[in-house]
Design a binder for this molecule. Structure first.
Ligand SMILES: O=C(O)c1cc(C(=O)O)c2c(n1)C(=O)C(=O)c1cc(C(=O)O)[nH]c1-2
Length: 243
């Protein structure tokens, strides 16, 4: 078989799964420490403040994706992703739920919504996701959303860890993650169907893998920046002694 022959659907899906699984941010030390219950309230708050910026970029990148499609069928399929985050009315949707989570970890939701405490490298990483979707093809943009393939397991682990290890969190505010488990599963299946139907050449398949890899790098860079800005307590104490 020629090197340029397209992979079968099965082999292509397996390749995406393997590349994503190796790089997904569930393996990042910040998430691992979160799951082991090792984060302080300040570290959790830092994550919530900064991840909110990621959440705000999602409906913007989905609007860009919609604008790239000539197909009403695709637009009908995809458009709910904007309302999922923005809600059908003020106070509804994923962004509102995230702000409830912010209150649940002891933050002022209005301050989080103001984005004034977002670290510059977090902005840079999240904006890179929007840029990727703006500058690459519709197919690559959809492929970059395939990290959601891995999100349901991570969110389930996160809910279990927060319930077990962070009793000071208002547990009623974990609804965002609970609601995303099913949603992310459906969304990623829609995206995989689209990608496998439209990546018909080997070059297109490779471009999809590359977009997914870049998205994993973006999510990883976000956590690197959070970890740097909110170091573990003993590390910051040691830093303070030296300083
Ligand atoms: O908490 C997470 O670890 C996580 C990861 C991801 C992801 O893998 O991209 C998303 C989300 N959350 C999320 O809440 C979300 O709405 C979402 C949309 C997308 C996307 O690329 O379209 N990813 C994610």
């Amino acid at each position: 078989m020629s090197e340029d022959a397209p992979l079968s659907r099965e082999a292509f899906v397996e390749r995406l799964r393997a590349e994503g699984a190796r790089r997904y941010h569930d393996g990042h030390s910040f998430h691992q420490r979160m799951h082991r219950g090792e984060l302080s309230q300040r570290e959790i708050q830092g994550w919530v403040i900064n991840r909110y910026y990621y959440q705000t970029r999602i409906p913007i990148k989905d609007a860009l994706l919609l604008s790239k499609s000539e197909d009403p069928g695709f637009r009908r399929l995809w458009i709910h992703r904007i309302t999922d985050h923005d809600g059908a009315r003020e106070g509804e949707g994923g962004l509102a739920l995230w702000l409830r989570l912010a209150a649940g970890v002891g933050l002022d939701p209005a301050e989080v919504a103001g984005l004034g405490r977002v670290e510059p490298p977090v902005r840079f990483a999240c904006d890179a996701y929007v840029t990727l979707v703006r500058e690459r093809s519709l197919l690559e943009g959809v492929a970059s959303s395939l990290t959601e393939f891995f999100a349901p397991d991570l969110m389930s682990r996160r809910v279990a860890a927060w319930e077990a290890h962070y009793p000071w969190v208002d547990q009623g505010t974990l609804d965002y993650f609970k609601s995303r488990v099913t949603r992310a599963r459906t969304d990623s299946h829609e995206a995989i169907d689209f990608v496998t139907a439209h990546a018909v050449t080997r070059a297109q398949q490779e471009a999809c893998v590359a977009a997914l890899v870049r998205k994993c790098e973006i999510l990883w860079a976000l956590l690197d920046a959070v970890e740097k800005a909110y170091p573990p307590a003993e590390k910051s104490a040691r830093g303070a002694c030296r300083g």
